[in-house]
Every structure is written in structure tokens, then in C-alpha cells.
Design a protein around this ligand. Structure first.
Ligand SMILES: [Zn+2]
Length: 436
């Protein structure tokens, strides 16, 4: 499965591959395909090329500068799920990408005052790039009480500049920032009626079902999640109904088989993304395996026909529960399902280094849960240990039901090939960062 949708992607894929092929890493990485590359159209070529892995990004994709190129910016990936990648931007890329963003913004409907959007500052995640909302940005931070209060003030105040809305109506930021700010508001008794927010946008994390629902309850407006990888600029909006990922035009997504480099059109797969020229001029990112697991949406899982054949993110490759049986890899429980199963009252959270006062509920960090898989005489046993919190709530039954709601887990359990145990264990170690 590959996102095509024509237009910008059809125009830019060929130039992207031709440009990347000049980079020493890709010249070597794609050497075997050099003879056939002229005979294939760019989409066939992209399907045939070997994926790029995380280790390549940090070690091998150094900046490639042409005569007169000048580095004018540096970004970096978080490194929270592997080694960090440093991304260098040239003056040429900044100019070309700026023109692209302007063209995209020009296509947006005009008229009326520009909306005001409060953005929580984030030093990573590549969401910046092509902002097409036409909004005027107001910066916000939650590093301590003083900054949180200043952010509250910006949301309460009325603006009087010509051509600009009088109130901030959009809130956006990383999951942790928006959640921490909302937790500050809730626990300090600040009512949502003080504000005029009509939409909340999230990026840079895996908020899970209960956190999204809690944010929606407070803000009383749509909460739009987006998927992004910090190695690329751009994002995919997450469909709130079926999870379909609607990628920005500069990103091409592909579904790569779990245990081979082949592309797949159904089932569970690994996500690969390509950043189209002129994004990533100095360091092209082509067919990059992000470490995410996706599922190809079908008639039964997509919310409407337009989302059939698209991708939905279901977790991380390395923290999902995966069985290799008879030479076939099966994802028994994706990490996002594991997260959602234990993201509930009764499960202890990792400590969150909150510098905000008045925050009484620690639901910011991840639940303490550890899953392990073993096999005895052909029967798999999945043991999920969690650390109970001090609420006295026994949530083992609900967590088990949530795990069994995943079709692969249920099917294997029904056939007697999988037994799932959920065990409350106060000694459960803290979870890995961003395990979902
Ligand atoms: Zn949908």
C-alpha cells in the first residue's frame, strides 16, 4: 500500500529519487537497483528500493551540499526510540519549502479575520514546515506556574489587531504539553468557559483513547490527533473515527511486510515514509522505516469508503507482542492496544517531573506495565504484569477484556493457542519511554 493521490506526489517523487541517488549513502544503498532504475516509473522504483533504517539516519545520511549551499538551520529528532538524527537545513531548502507552504496557504479559503492559535513550543517533532491553517500564532509554555499562568492569560484576553480574531480559538502542541496544561487547568479549578477554544490539535506522542476522551471532556470541542515522526517534517491527521492517517502532501507512506522488504496491501505492516523534494534537500529521507506498526484499513474497519486501503497506526514494532510461528510473524497485541488496556485508574504511572503546582492527579506519564511471551508445548502464554496504584481499584478484568478485544489475540485465544494472564505486581519496573 502506498499513498499516491496524484498532484504534488506524482510530480515530486521522480525528482526526489533522482536527487537522493546523488547522496553517497543512497548511491551505495541502492547500488543493486541502478541498472533497472531507468526502466521503471518512480512509483515502481520506490516499491523496489530497499527500506532505509533508523541506524542509517544517524550514521550515514550526512548533509550533502551543492556549490553555494549554506546551512541556516539545525533540527534534531528526539532519539527517544533510538539514536537521534541531526537535520540540517540549507538556505535553498528554506526558500523552496517556504514557497510551497505559501502556495498551499493560498489555496485555503480567504475572508474573515485570521484565527489565533496558541502553540505550545516544542523543540522536536518535525511538524513545522507547511502550515496551511492561515492562523496567527501565539506562543505558549507550561514549564512552571508563571509560564502556565501567562498562557492562561493569553487564552483569556481579547485582541484588537486589524484582520485578526479577538480571541484565541485554536490550541495546538505536543501531547505532553497540552495534557500538562489541561491537567493544570482542571486541578486548579479553572473552567473552560474562561476560554474560546474551538479545536485542539495534538502531535508528537501516542495519547491513547482515554486521554483523548478526557481532553475532549474538558475542552468541549474536537481534539484532533496527528501522527508525526521527528525525522521528517510534516504530519498525518488521525481520523477520529477509524484512525486513518491523512498524510501531508510532502510525505509518501508505504506499508512494508513484517518480515520482508515487500509492500503489502492488507493486514499488519511496518510503516515507511518518504519526504518529497524540496523537503530534506541536504539529507533526503526515502522509504524510511519509522518503527511504527500500521494496519491497512478494510471495508469493516474504515469509517467510510475514502479511508479503505489507507493506513492506521497501531503501535511500535519493538514493544508490540509478536509471535513467530511456522515462519510467519503475527502481531498478537500491538503496543497501542497494550497501552490502552492499562491506561486506566488502578494502574500506577511513571513519575512525571511536573514543575506545576496544584497538580494532584498524576496521569501524565505512562502506565507501569510489562508484557512477556513464552511458549509451552505449542501454547503461547502472554503475561502482562502491572503495578497497581494506591486507589485500591482492581482493573485486571477490564485490562484482560481490552487485550482480548484485539482480533488476533482473541482468535488465538479462542483456538486455544494463546493464554493471557494479567497480574497485579507491585514490583513491576517502570515502562520504556514512548512504548506505545
Ligand atoms: Zn476514518
Amino acid at each position: 500500500m502506498t499513498t499516491r493521490s496524484g498532484g504534488f506526489r506524482d510530480r515530486q517523487l521522480g525528482p526526489t529519487l533522482a536527487h537522493a541517488a546523488r547522496h553517497p549513502f543512497y548511491r551505495e544503498h541502492w547500488a543493486r537497483h541502478r541498472d533497472t532504475s531507468g526502466a521503471l516509473d518512480p512509483w515502481e522504483l520506490l516499491a523496489a528500493l530497499p527500506p532505509t533504517e533508523k541506524r542509517h539516519l544517524s550514521e550515514d545520511i550526512s548533509p550533502m551540499l551543492d556549490d553555494g549551499d549554506e546551512i541556516v538551520g539545525v533540527g534534531f529528532s528526539s532519539g527517544s526510540t533510538g539514536s537521534a538524527m541531526t537535520r540540517y537545513f540549507t538556505a535553498r531548502e528554506r526558500t523552496l519549502v517556504g514557497a510551497f507552504a505559501q502556495a498551499a496557504a493560498g489555496a485555503a479559503p480567504a475572508g474573515g479575520p485570521r484565527p489565533l492559535r496558541l502553540d505550545f513550543l516544542s523543540t522536536w517533532h518535525g511538524v513545522g514546515g507547511a502550515d496551511t491553517s492561515g492562523a496567527v500564532l501565539v506562543p505558549g509554555t507550561v514549564v512552571d506556574d508563571e509560564h502556565a499562568e501567562r498562557t492562561v492569560h493569553m487564552l483569556r484576553r481579547r485582541f484588537t489587531a486589524p484582520g485578526v480574531a479577538s480571541r484565541v480559538s485554536m490550541l495546538s502542541g505536543g501531547v505532553v504539553g497540552v495534557h500538562a496544561f489541561t491537567r493544570y487547568l482542571v486541578d486548579n479549578g479553572i473552567p473552560v468557559s474562561d476560554f474560546a477554544i474551538g479545536v485542539v490539535g495534538l502531535f508528537g506522542g501516542y495519547p491513547g483513547r482515554s486521554r483523548l476522551a478526557w481532553l475532549g471532556e474538558y475542552w468541549r470541542c474536537p481534539v484532533l490527533d496527528s501522527f508525526s515522526v521527528s525525522e521528517c517534517r510534516g504530519k498525518a491527521l488521525v481520523c477520529p473515527h477509524c484512525g486513518y492517517l491523512e498524510f501531508d502532501p510532502q510525505l509518501v507512506a508505504q506499508a512494508v511486510a513484517l518480515d520482508s522488504p515487500e509492500l503489502v496491501t492488507a493486514g499488519t505492516a511496518r510503516l515507511a515514509v518518504t519526504e518529497l523534494y524540496p523537503f530534506g534537500i541536504a539529507q533526503p529521507v526515502v522509504k524510511y522505516l519509522t518503527g511504527d506498526l500500521v494496519e491497512v484499513l478494510e471495508d469493516t474497519s474504515a469509517c467510510h469508503p475514502g479511508h479503505v486501503g489507507g493506513l492506521r497506526r497501531i503501535g511500535r514494532v519493538e514493544t508490540s507482542v509478536v509471535a513467530s510461528v511456522d515462519g510467519t510473524t503475527t502481531v498478537l497485541v500491538p503496543s497501542q492496544v497494550l497501552y490502552d488496556a492499562f491506561d486506566r485508574p488502578g494502574v500506577c504511572r511513571a513519575d512525571f517531573r511536573s514543575t506545576l503546582s496544584g497538580v494532584t492527579v498524576n496521569d501524565l506519564a505512562q502506565p507501569h506495565v510489562h508484557a512477556s511471551l513464552s511458549e509451552t508445548e505449542g501454547v503461547l502464554r502472554l503475561q502482562c504484569r502491572y503495578r497497581p496504584d494506591d486507589s485500591g481499584i482492581d482493573c485486571a478484568g477490564e485490562a484482560l477484556a481490552a487485550l482480548r478485544s484485539w482480533p488476533a489475540a482473541r482468535a488465538w485465544a479462542d483456538r486455544g493457542r494463546l493464554v493471557i494472564d494479567v497480574v497485579a505486581d507491585p514490583a513491576t519496573a517502570p515502562p520504556r519511554a514512548k512504548f506505545a
